[in-house]
Design a protein around this ligand. Structure first.
Ligand code: CP
Ligand code: NVA
Length: 305
């Protein structure tokens, strides 16, 4: 059985297969609609955290493919509190054909996958956001035409989204540059894994505390919130550290003139990105948001294959 927990688990060929499928499903949908490939199938969606994109794009993905999505709010399931995560997995898998979970602790999504008898998709954990990653590489492909050899620069906090981006980039042969303050750089285990993937694909990785060095020559400039869900207590302290990494016109000038700007959203305008950049001609943030739906159709079909 296939689960979808982190892009690090996929072979480059599998990731490419999912991207190709997403392109095909998006083209089909734009031309009038998708065939009901998931007719009669139900997706159970467990949420421990809020969501706009993940919730609605999964719901619409199932609807377009003839299936149904069931939203389970944080209060309903209370993963690991009302009953054990293992029991939730074993019960829910008796009712639905596939499970998506947005959790705080990545170990919870691993535990769900361990016990579930149906595929489990990670809809964001503290460690990774692989659905976002697929949508992002789809977006880069659409705007740049190719992935291999392109440079993706990520500025700000090394978080779940960063992990999915570095795993995907190094699987797909893209160069990855990080500009992050000391103390907020990549986890050593994440870097070690990515270096392994890069050695196989020919990607180059560079890590810097200098945002200008990181962004130099980038085809893609990516940022995300300085304070992820679950880190709210650190927000004030982080606001003092991260301003040099804000994606604003002055910093963006160091990237290639044709660079695209990406953000997984929700954006904290005026913090990690300015309005001028988010709403400017280089921004593709709403294409990214739309592509969540197309990417997840491909992921759903791939795990249910
Ligand atoms: N990018 C993303 O996952 O958005 P939501 O938190 O709204 O789902
Ligand atoms: N890094 C952010 C992503 C939100 C989609 C978070 O975890 O809150």
């Amino acid at each position: 059985m296939r689960h979808f927990l982190t892009l690090a688990d996929l072979t480059p060929a599998e990731l490419q297969e999912i991207l190709d499928l997403a392109v095909q499903l998006k083209t089909e949908w734009k031309a009038g609609g998708n065939p009901p490939l998931l007719g009669g199938k139900v997706l159970g969606m467990i949420f421990q955290k809020p969501s706009l994109r993940t919730r609605v794009s999964f719901d619409m993905a199932m609807l377009h493919l003839g299936g149904h999505a069931l939203y389970l709010s944080p209060n309903e399931i209370q993963l690991g509190k009302r009953e054990s995560t293992a029991d939730v997995a074993r019960v829910l898998a008796r009712y639905v054909h596939v499970i998506m979970a947005r959790v705080f602790d990545h170990a919870d999504v691993v535990e769900l996958a361990k016990w579930s008898t149906v595929p489990v998709i990670n809809g964001l954990s503290d460690y990774s956001h692989p659905c976002q990653g697929v949508a992002d590489f789809l977006t880069i492909l659409e705007h740049k035409g190719t992935l291999k050899g392109r440079k993706l620069a990520y500025l700000g906090d090394s978080n779940n989204v960063t992990h999915s981006l570095i795993f995907g980039a190094t699987k797909l042969g893209m160069d990855f540059a990080l500009g992050a303050p000391a103390g907020y750089s990549l986890r050593p285990d994440v870097l070690a894994l990515a270096e392994q993937f890069a050695a196989e694909s020919g990607s180059r990785i560079s890590i810097s505390t200098d945002p200008r060095a990181a962004i130099q020559g980038a085809d893609v400039v990516y940022t995300d919130t300085w304070t992820s869900m679950g880190q709210e207590a650190e927000a004030e302290e982080r606001r003092k550290i991260f301003p040099p990494y804000q994606v604003n016109p002055a910093l963006l000038a160091y990237a290639r003139p044709d660079a695209i700007v990406m953000h997984c959203l929700p954006a904290h305008r005026g913090d990690e990105i300015t309005d001028e950049v988010a709403d400017g001609p280089q921004s593709v943030i709403f294409d990214q948001a739309e592509n969540r739906m197309h990417a997840q159709k491909a992921i759903l079909l791939w795990v249910l294959e």
